[in-house]
Design a protein around this ligand. Sequence first.
Ligand code: FE2
Ligand code: FE2
Length: 219
Amino acid sequence: MPANNNKSNKPWREAVEEVMHHATEAEALARFGKRKPSFNYRWEHVTAVVTLANKLAELTGADREVVEAAAWLHDVRKEAKEKHPQEGAKFARKFLPKTDFPAEKIEAVAQAIEAHMGLWLDAPLTNLEAQVLWDADKLAKIGLTAVFHFTGNVLAKGKPMTTDDLILYGRDADWQTKTVASMHTEPARRAAAARLEAYNKLWESLEGELRGDDLDGNR
Ligand SMILES: [Fe+2]
Ligand SMILES: [Fe+2]
């Protein structure tokens, strides 16, 4: 049975990637005054989320098409700030029918996007595809990924920044413990705990290097 009869419509993977890339450039223009900053944080973030979401879908049995489309589009309306999940969901409902994405799965994509808000949750999400998107999005915001994405973003802004500033910011991230505790799926929970450990270790090691602890055999 064919998944979709809209054969004349654009292949959905190509379409969501293109529209998301365009959205990240619009965001960069608004934030940095240029479409092509030296580091496009949003693009780096979204492509990381897509990779993690696809892998988590495989591991958990979540619907791969729903999860991938939701991952590509979850931050497509980021300029709407705290309303961006709802606005992103609206966007998906309008945009996906113009592609060959299976029509019967569009609402599930929109609902996953709608539910992705917050760095931690008081009550867990109940739908598997929404859980996978939430976990993938938050996994991409913690651990070593966070260090490199944050640093790239700061440098792209062109603001003065010292190593001490980066350490201060990096150390001020208690929320990550709550993020780890909010993970839904078992593989994400395990990875999140390991990422947080690596993150804390990195700052410790960096501070040790800057102090020269390794010169007198204290490390
Ligand atoms: Fe978001
Ligand atoms: Fe995101």
